[in-house]
Design a protein around this ligand. Structure first.
Ligand code: SF4
Length: 220
């Protein structure tokens, strides 16, 4: 019983660090990032492959204590794919109970229905060039709140056209904020900006701020 309880209270963690939020509506805000280990996907452009394995088992109490040490307002739970570990859900709940502004970055492949409603969900829809389009769980779209965000990471014009079709098919811009982000070194940010303007899309374009500041350095 006690061993089982202990397992329920832990998560495998790749890193906990303090940085500027590089993406989403909260870009630029100082934020504590809690990166959970493991991901069932293998996106072609993945920049956190180091989080696929390894990491360290840490109790929820200790994760909360480390987070509090930074005295943040914003906390982001990310991965890997955080929802691949079931104890991600109580972690999110406890972070909300501690009155942080909590966001969850998720691939869109796993069920988001049980995520605490106080959490801002930033959910990917995987584009064709990611190689993981088949993993999209479109049922999640019905569980998104108006305060959540859907993110498309675009590698080429074909991805852009695909994303534009998804906007129409699921009426996404009426559901929540939609983010379009170019894959670094694959798609010109200027081209993407021009396409968005030419088509009059009501989406928010973003460039990963942390990569402009610190490159590919882990823990940034
Ligand atoms: S879902 Fe995220 S962490 Fe997983 S492979 Fe894709 S980009 Fe990497």
């Amino acid at each position: 019983m006690s061993a089982k309880l202990g397992e329920q209270q832990r998560l495998r963690i790749s890193e906990i660090f303090y940085s500027l939020q590089g993406e989403s509506r909260s870009a630029g805000w100082p934020t504590v990032f809690i990166r959970l280990t493991g991901c069932p996907l293998r996106c072609a452009y993945c920049d956190t492959e180091y989080a696929f394995q390894g990491g360290e088992w840490i109790s929820l109490d200790e994760i909360l204590a480390q987070t509090a040490g930074f005295t943040p307002h914003y906390v982001t739970v990310t991965g890997g794919e955080p929802l691949a570990q079931k104890n991600c859900l109580p972690l999110l709940q406890q972070l909300c109970d501690a009155d942080y502004a909590v966001s969850l970055e998720t691939s869109g492949a796993l069920d988001i229905a049980e995520v605490d409603p106080r959490v801002t969900v930033v959910m990917d829809l995987k584009t064709p060039s990611s190689g993981e389009e088949s993993k999209n769980r479109y049922l999640n779209i019905g569980d998104l709140k108006s305060t959540d965000q859907i993110k498309f990471v675009l590698g080429d014009r074909a991805d852009y056209d695909w994303a534009r079709a998804k906007l129409d098919e699921y009426d996404l811009t009426q559901r929540c904020e939609v983010l379009f982000s170019p894959v670094k070194d694959a798609l010109s940010a200027t081209d993407l900006a021009n396409w968005i303007l030419a088509d009059g899309l009501q989406v928010r374009m973003q460039i990963q701020l942390h990569k402009l500041l610190w490159g590919e350095e882990p823990g940034r």
